[in-house]
Design a protein around this ligand. Sequence first.
Ligand code: MG
Length: 160
Amino acid sequence: MITQKLQDAINGQIAKEIWSANLYLSMAFYFDKEGFQGFANWMKKQSQEEMEHAYTMADYIIRRGGTAEVRQIDAVPGTWDSPLEVFEHVYEHECYVSKCIDELHDMAIEEHDKATQDFLWTFIREQVEEEATASGIVDRIKKMGATAIFNLDEQYGKRV
Ligand code: MG
């Protein structure tokens, strides 16, 4: 059985994962409007992955005898100045998510809940990839410059 404190905290994280999914969907809509269909495709996949994180966390709470919640989700931003600004935002946001997951893990240690510590390690590892992917795209956009951005758009359009 999961403690009430950890259940509340993971439910809070579920809301953050859904907010992340909405943020990336909003970025997909921005890219579609700006004519970057490839980046839009990439963002839609990213959004789906965030929803999968929410489902996985909800499933975990339920398997541990707790109750999963869908809380109110705040509005997400809808406009950016450039693809570079969007991916810088993705990188910053993923660093924030990493910090949240780390804090959850700290709480699981305080609560002496080894199963939750083990569960969270998947997300801790995932965040290493998320940060590296986002900062890698930021670097590429900076190095390639504005004209070559359409090549990147085409490349990220191939994400399945
Ligand atoms: Mg996530």
